[in-house]
Design a protein around this ligand. Sequence first.
Ligand SMILES: Cc1ncc(COP(=O)(O)O)c(C=O)c1O
Length: 367
Amino acid sequence: MRSRSSIYDIPTPALLVDVSALDRNIARMAAFFASGPCRLRPHVKAHKTPAIARRQLAAGSCVGLTCATVSELEAVKDLCEDLLVANEIVSPDKCARAAVLAHDRVVTVAVDSIAGIDALAAAARTAGVTIGILVDVNVGQGRCGVEPGDEAVALATRIAATPGLTMRGVMGYEGHLQPLRDRAEREARTRDAMRGLGETAREIRAAGIPCEVVSSGGTGTYDISGRVDGVTEIQAGSYALMDTDYASVGVPFEPAFFVLGTIVSRPSPERCVADCGHKSMTKDHGYPSVRGVDRATVTALNDEHAVIAVPASCTLSIGDRVQLLPSHTDPTVNLHDVFYVIEGERVVDVWPISARGYHEHLITPSS
Ligand SMILES: Cc1ncc(COP(=O)(O)O)c(C=O)c1O
């Protein structure tokens, strides 16, 4: 790739990461977990970028990495020896790809069904490996997961008796509590959710089944779940890059990524249009914010256009660059092939977003 030394040389729309801000976020989270006993297992789904995962591991306090997809698992397979898929994998091809990786590292997968247990066990036995399992417990989010208590104990019993699998513990992601703006409510409800998860872990142990891992947490609750007795690891992901939605939750991390656009039209003194629409950043959590332009507001995000309302005094003109802070990290990152890594206005590196999309679905059509 041709060297591009300044943000003015980058073709837009482009995804940029401010490496100093990224490193500060990573260091702040690592410092929180340095005093243990709970550890950090950064979630790769937020950035899908091995170069960022490497920095998270290097900062310390980590037990390994968390993934949501097999593409993510494969993208970070060489970075550490303990990988968790905090998500259900049930199709035989994906189970087989996860199983192959268990030859050289600990691979653990969340399950919430007998079908899931059977699919992973079959893949593990075929590959001649053992796959670790966490019972996925619904702690209130109402997505995947069995109910706390008896249902979870029954699944754990089944896992412990299944050749090819090792029962390692439980996980419960309190995703519904991450965005709660009211800190007191977030704390109370998170503690309550973790109580149910902890009790389930105790019931599994009381049944004579191993349950060493209790995995949970995200960026909005890391300092709540991460201090609950018995929770052993936190799966936070968004903290590294931070979007504007999370910024309004009140967590101590700073925006470290943005979409760079070029002003392509200034149809009136009160309106600019940039070339970065929702094919370059999502709007499911609201419009992006404009960085460093006084009273500029995004009023529409079309496929290839960001419409920005500005005061008539704004000096932005055609060809100028604008930086937009996205409202939702994970799906925005997934739209791009690379991060341009910047220090100030200098581009110091380009990082492939290797796990974007679903590489594991690529097939060669038979002729
Ligand atoms: C299972 C699971 N764990 C952890 C996370 C990380 O949460 P956050 O991005 O809020 O840090 C997510 C995010 O969606 C998740 O789905």
